[in-house]
Design a protein around this ligand. Structure first.
Ligand SMILES: [Zn+2]
Ligand SMILES: [Zn+2]
Length: 331
């Protein structure tokens, strides 16, 4: 499924099989998660995507050949961070997520809305056995960038999650595992998201414009809505950390300084490091994180994106190419 131009639907087509270059593995895609970032790319909200482009950066598949780290048949995940230069000041200080020349799967590199993909094997991760292919796909971005956002939110006990979709539904489980209390903020009246949050251990779920029964020590904003920043500050306790976890957000409105006063912090989280990926993939089966997924055949990628845009996906949307889709419906 190819993006020819932002703002247009993806086009189903046959492409030549990708050839793995030096250090790259060729992977038969079993499942690819649909991320809000995919929507931002397709809608033209992120600058300079590769075009034409295969989007998708939560890829689970089996190695067919190439590279050095894996053997044919190994099941691996291909995440968002696809390549770094290893030599800029950020790479040199353990912050490859901020690399000046980073390349990203499904944005500046072709991704996983396809039957085959190639990837630099240094950035791929083994997928824990506990998960079926489609269940594992959302771990690769919703999970591990959500996990990075949770780390950046500090140790606060009372955690607010704004936008209870693919990422929040995973982060809530990790936070509960760490003994935190979770408060879920959704669009007004989004009962499906609120009930999912309560099922996954949130002690309260309500409208994102309001406040929880107690002030928050930390909040993570997954919804790309700038107005939520002052809303989260209003709902927060002294010293709270507000983390903006998305790659794109509408403009932040101005707000009185008193909302930020008392050592509240606003920060963003960008991308991931290989360390984040390894840490989270080891942690997920221990929690154990269970993913709530809605599976679509690959050729229905535009429908999956439309449902995500409309806030109609419960948990995470996942695409499966024809071969895996047929196998999964027979199971
Ligand atoms: Zn770098
Ligand atoms: Zn993503």
């Amino acid at each position: 499924m190819v993006l020819d131009e932002p703002g247009k639907p993806l086009r189903e087509t046959e492409l030549p099989d990708p050839e793995p270059g030096d250090g790259q593995v060729l992977v038969e895609v079993s499942a690819c998660g649909v991320c809000r970032t995919d929507l931002h790319v397709v809608d033209g909200e992120l600058p300079k995507p590769k075009l034409p482009l295969v989007v998708g950066h939560q890829i689970v598949g089996r190695v067919l050949g190439g590279g050095e780290r894996f053997s044919p048949g190994d099941r691996i995940g291909i995440p968002w961070l696809g390549w770094t230069d290893g030599e800029c000041r950020y790479c040199g200080s353990g912050r490859e997520n901020l690399c000046d020349n980073a390349r990203f799967t499904g944005y500046t590199l072709d991704g996983g809305y396809a039957e085959l993909a190639v990837a630099d094997d240094r950035y791929c991760v083994p997928v824990p056995d506990a998960y079926a292919d489609a269940e594992a796909a959302p771990l690769l971005c919703a999970g591990l960038i959500g996990y990075r956002a949770l780390r950046m939110a500090g140790d606060g006990e009372r955690l607010g999650l704004y936008g209870f979709g693919a990422s929040a539904h995973i982060v809530a489980q990790v936070a509960r595992h760490e003994g935190r209390r979770v408060f879920a903020f959704t669009r007004a009246g989004d009962e499906a998201a609120q009930s999912l949050a309560l099922e996954l251990g949130a002690e309260w779920a309500g409208d994102s414009a309001g406040t929880a029964p107690e002030p928050l020590d930390a909040a993570i904003l997954f919804a790309p809505v700038g107005e939520l920043v002052p809303a989260a500050l209003r709902a927060s306790a002294k010293g709270a950390v507000i983390v903006c976890a998305g790659i794109h957000m509408s403009d932040l409105p101005s707000f009185p300084y008193e909302l930020l006063w008392e050592e509240r912090v606003i920060r963003s989280v960008a991308n991931l490091t290989r360390g984040d990926a390894e840490e989270f993939m080891a942690l997920a089966p221990q929690v154990p994180v269970r993913t709530e997924i809605e599976v679509f055949p690959l050729e229905a990628a535009n429908d999956a994106l439309a449902r995500l845009r409309a806030g109609e996906v419960r948990g995470a949307a996942v695409l499966m190419p024809p071969r895996s889709w047929v196998a999964s419906t027979k199971r």
